[in-house]
Design a protein around this ligand. Structure first.
Ligand SMILES: [Zn+2]
Length: 317
């Protein structure tokens, strides 16, 4: 299964495969929260299948697919960080080296996945580099990275790079409407910065409700209908990163509306923000940049929140 926003990349890869021009090493990159792992999973399965469908998907019935579905396919390896780790160690890449020496059992090729590839530590990356320099026949290495800039340039240059794009808003909304959600798809998608699977995760948590409450109370304070002290007391217990994330989303959205690039959504701060000029919005964005370093600063939380309010109030004075 792949998501609709992956179809064009899927076709590209399948064309290359049919023409027997699929590169030995492919580096896919994109934002997390968009289901890219499902794309890699489908590609891995289809490469191993003995009788793929016309569209290139695994058939699900051949001997290779049966072994794959039983979770015991010896011609594939998926390298990821250990449960409690944020790096992929050189031992994992050594395991890959060993895997590449084994003979192929069921499939026409062997397939190894490394994800997220930016988690490779320096030794692991150097070790992988050697394998990329001397490709093993009948082998595909599939790398998935959410931060390809963190990879060694030499690793990037030895792979065929393919960008997995964010879905368009329309595509993402259509897909989100097929899911069972508690919140409005538009609200979720905007809070997830356009990443549909992350939007579903948000729907299952408390963040959306909290964000709405935050914006409602912020609007009340800005319009002198609510108490600043009560507001600061309520939100000082909340993650500063989360609060900054919400402010960023709302400012970004409003700027898009101002430039005719997005539609005005119905949210509690809409009245206050829509009376801001683009210059005032950019000023708020600059203020937001100055707040970022304070997110991890040992200042009092109440002061942090009062600083936000002061910046927003001053913009219209
Ligand atoms: Zn099959």
């Amino acid at each position: 299964m792949i998501y609709p926003w992956h179809e064009s990349t899927w076709q590209l890869v399948q064309h290359a495969k049919l023409a027997e021009r699929l590169p030995h090493a492919l580096l896919f990159s994109g934002e997390d929260g968009c289901g890219h792992e499902a794309f890699i999973e489908a590609l891995r399965h289809s490469l191993l299948c003995l009788n793929p469908t016309h569209e290139g998907f695994a058939c699900g019935h051949c001997r290779s697919c049966e072994v794959y579905q039983a979770g015991a396919h010896p011609d594939q390896l998926w390298i990821k960080p250990a449960e409690d780790k944020t790096t992929i160690s050189v031992d994992s890449v050594r395991e890959l080296g060993h895997f590449l020496t084994l003979s192929i059992s069921y499939s026409p090729v062997r397939v190894a996945v490394i994800s997220p590839a930016e988690y490779l530590n320096t030794n692991a990356a150097n070790s992988l580099l050697k394998m990329l320099e001397e490709p093993t026949p009948n082998t595909h290495l599939l790398l998935l990275s959410y931060q390809p800039g963190r990879l060694l340039p030499t690793i990037r240059s030895r792979c065929q790079q393919l960008r997995l794009a964010l879905p368009s808003t329309e595509q993402a909304i259509i897909w989100l409407k097929t899911q069972t959600l508690q919140h409005e798809p538009e609200v979720l998608l905007s809070q997830a910065l356009g990443r549909p699977l992350y939007a579903v995760t948000l729907d299952q948590g408390e963040q959306v409700t909290q964000q709405q409450a935050f914006m409602t109370q912020l609007a009340q304070v800005l319009m002198r209908q609510g108490s600043l002290i009560a507001f600061a007391q309520t939100w000082q217990k909340y993650s500063r990163h989360e609060l900054l994330n919400w402010l960023y989303i709302i400012l970004q959205q409003q700027l898009k509306v101002t430039y005719g690039l997005g539609e005005q959504s119905n949210h509690p701060l809409q009245v206050w923000l829509s009376s801001c000029s683009s210059g005032q919005l950019w000023k708020l964005m600059q203020h937001w940049e100055t707040l970022k370093p304070l997110a991890d600063h040992p200042i009092n939380n109440q002061i942090f929140i009062e600083t936000i309010i002061a910046q927003w109030q001053l913009i219209k004075s």
